[in-house]
Write a protein that binds this ligand. Structure first.
Ligand SMILES: Nc1nc2c(ncn2[C@@H]2O[C@H](COP(=O)(O)OP(=O)(O)OP(=O)(O)O)[C@@H](O)[C@H]2O)c(=O)[nH]1
Ligand SMILES: [Mg+2]
Ligand SMILES: [Zn+2]
Length: 291
């Protein structure tokens, strides 16, 4: 038996498991089907061989799990945002940040196309919130080196709208990848959404997941965050929670709200607060039966 191996991808009932320097094709034991707990990419597993086939015999406890796309144990989400083409969508960025926080995934933000337009607004908004923000454009060796250092030893995923420069960034970080770049779909202003399985690439120093579909998510189903939990998913709100006049303050307009006060003082960025209110409004209206 081999312990603590990682599933890199699953294809048609087979799992490709990295075990030491080998990649082993495995099947899952029948018991997982009965428990409706099937292995997914990112799972840490034990495997056993009976000579002819190798099976996954145990799935280790997950740090987190995403259902669409199916994926477990993400450690670092790298949100890629471009200054222009496409311009930043703050609500989408804040939604992704909230989901990551709720699932215990660290976030780093990379602002691309700094050579084309000012990075300042995105940079200030997210550094103020407490996120690590990198800026890239033409001359960015130092920033790339620091990002790579942060990724070291972790399972990472890149997300962001089509055309923001994810593939370009990955190619700069890992020249061997030679990913295809370019071609923003002008028709929709976004790329095609193809449903694929997740595949994790072993980059030696870190693992990088190719996660289709992370760009357009809502806070429901597997990404559900209750209206009450939402305040904790906005990391810079945390220090003010508990200081409001009402203990059940929703921070959306009550008097004596400490979050609102921090907003007025400029401690919280306007766009972050607006995203919170918009998401709160939406989550408030989700009925239990819709989940
Ligand atoms: N000027 C400039 N152009 C960039 C930069 N990063 C990416 N681009 C360009 O933006 C376009 C889109 O980049 P991609 O890397 O293909 O974007 P992507 O995020 O992988 O897009 P999808 O695969 O559709 O999700 C390409 O033409 C890149 O050359 C940058 O920092 N500066
Ligand atoms: Mg791409
Ligand atoms: Zn409040």
């Amino acid at each position: 038996m081999r312990e603590n191996n990682i599933i890199l991808k699953s294809v048609g009932g087979f799992y490709y498991v990295k075990s030491g320097d080998e990649i082993i094709e495995c099947k899952a034991k029948g018991k997982f089907r009965n428990l409706s707990l099937s292995p997914v990419a990112g799972d840490i597993v034990d495997i056993e061989s009976d000579g002819s086939t190798t099976v996954i015999s145990k799935i280790h406890e997950r740090k987190n799990k995403f259902i669409r796309p199916p994926f477990a144990n993400l450690e670092l989400m790298i949100l890629v945002v471009s200054t222009v083409e496409p311009a930043p969508n703050y609500l989408v960025i804040d939604k992704m940040c909230a989901i990551a926080r709720h699932k215990n995934v660290d976030v780093a933000i990379v602002v691309t196309k700094s050579d084309v337009a000012e990075v300042q607004q995105v940079y200030e908004t997210y550094t103020k919130a407490g996120y690590t923000v990198f800026c890239t454009g033409n001359d960015d060796i130092q920033q790339l080196a620091e990002l790579k250092k942060l990724m070291s030893g972790k399972i990472c995923a890149f997300s962001g709208n089509s055309g923001v420069g994810k593939s370009t960034l990955l190619n700069k970080l890992f020249p061997n990848l030679r990913l295809e770049t370019g071609r923003i779909s002008k028709k929709l202003g976004r790329g095609k959404h193809t449903t694929r399985q997740v595949e994790i690439f072993d980059m030696g120093d870190c693992m990088v997941a190719d996660t289709p579909g992370f760009s357009s998510v809502e806070l429901d189903y597997d990404n559900y965050i209750s209206k009450n939990d939402l305040q904790y998913a906005f990391i810079e709100f945390e220090q003010y929670i508990g200081n409001c006049k009402f203990s059940d303050c929703s921070h959306t307009g009550e008097i004596g709200c400490a979050v609102k006060a921090a907003l007025r003082e400029g401690e919280i960025a306007e766009s972050r607060y607006e995203s919170y209110c918009a998401l709160y409004e939406r989550q408030k209206n989700i009925k239990d039966w819709e989940l």
